[in-house]
Design a protein around this ligand. Structure first.
Ligand code: ADP
Ligand code: MG
Length: 329
């Protein structure tokens, strides 16, 4: 399948009183047509900032300091963040669903108004046509009695239903890419699974691609075809979902895998978590940022700069010196 979005060497920083936070540091990734891509890493590793950069939603004190964001062959970095070109891409061609729908839905507007506004603005629909389409969309995402619920306000919906509304809104303009940033984090397990199934079904219907951002590698296992693992603002490993799960090649990925519950394990067994804390993104070491937490580190890791992503298999890349035999699962 053809590539729709290709991000090359993206750097996004925040100038703070404490110093420059290198939130995304030289990250490259791509999204192909109709695929599901996972972006995975612990809190604070740059997942959201990388995706907000694609949407050109980084504002001061943040700044994209370098890189290309090639969407359908056009470099979005050439456009003004709030200019007409970006406004026609953002929300319409690349849409986003956020972790906390209460902050992205407007509490004083009815659900119907929020959906129809998108349709009127981007697709130039008349009020009546937009209302009809809004009912269809809400129905599609499984809102019961969609026609009557159109006049309700966000607080009258449950968390799961609000997320469904967000998915309907995000898909209303038939985007090429749907970015879901930890869309299920605030939901209970059953509702989480339902929402993920819904998103998968919907992007199939709309022929869109899905970027699934999560701190939980288990969430992407069932859905993503390819995965990017982020650590300290960098992509430390990428490959097919199968390779990442069967042949992980970065100790950080191995650590994340140990945090995923396995069906074949006895109930009640406590899960591992990765010991130690992520590094300070203001004062990054030259060598591997995972070194202080790495159980397999060798001398080379201490003396040499952090290596670039290296090919370790078929479309499988990792940023690590350590021999795979040394990393036993
Ligand atoms: N507005 C901001 N000002 C300063 N630092 C920020 C800002 N937004 C994000 N950051 C920093 O950028 C880093 C990456 O954040 P983020 O992408 O939100 O992480 P996550 O992987 O949890 O989504 C974090 O260290 C965060 O503190
Ligand atoms: Mg985030």
């Amino acid at each position: 399948m053809a590539t729709i979005l290709e991000v090359k060497n993206l750097r996004t920083q925040f100038r703070t009183f404490a110093g420059v936070v290198k939130a995304v540091d030289d990250a490259s990734f791509r999204i192909d047509e109709q695929e599901i891509v996972g972006v995975v890493g612990e809190s604070g590793c740059g997942k959201s900032v990388s995706q907000l950069s694609v949407m050109r939603l980084i504002s001061r004190p943040g700044e994209i300091t370098s890189g290309q964001i090639l969407f359908e062959g056009q470099d979005l970095m050439k456009y003004e963040a709030n200019g007409p070109e970006m406004r026609s891409v953002r929300g319409a061609k690349i849409a986003m669903v956020f972790q906390e729908p209460m902050t992205s839905l407007n509490p004083v507007l009815t659900i119907g108004r929020q959906v129809t506004e998108m349709l009127e603005l981007h697709l130039r629909m008349t009020k009546d046509v937009a209302r009809g389409r809004a009912i269809e969309l809400l129905d599609m995402v499984g809102i019961p009695a969609a026609e009557t619920r159109l006049d309700d306000y966000p607080h009258q919906f449950s968390g799961g239903m609000r997320q469904r509304v967000m998915v309907a809104m995000a898909l209303s303009c038939n985007p090429r890419i749907l970015i879901a940033d930890e869309p299920t984090t605030s939901l209970d397990v059953t509702t989480q699974a339902q929402l993920l199934e819904l998103m998968k079904e919907m992007i199939g219907k709309f022929n869109s691609s899905l970027v699934l951002v999560t701190h939980n590698l288990g969430v992407v296992a069932r859905y993503a075809q390819r995965i990017y693992i982020m650590y300290a603002g960098r992509i430390v490993e990428t490959g097919s979902c199968k390779d990442i799960f069967r042949k992980p090649r970065h100790p950080y990925t191995i650590g994340l895998l140990r945090c995923v519950p396995r069906i074949d394990e006895q109930e009640g067994k406590t899960l591992d978590s990765i010991k130690g804390l992520p590094p300070d993104l203001i004062d990054m070491p030259r060598n591997c940022a995972f070194l202080p937490r790495c159980p397999y580190a060798i001398d080379r890791c201490r003396v040499e700069p952090w290596p670039d992503l290296e090919l370790v298999g078929d479309e499988h890349y990792a940023r690590c010196f350590i021999n795979p035999e040394e990393m036993q699962r």
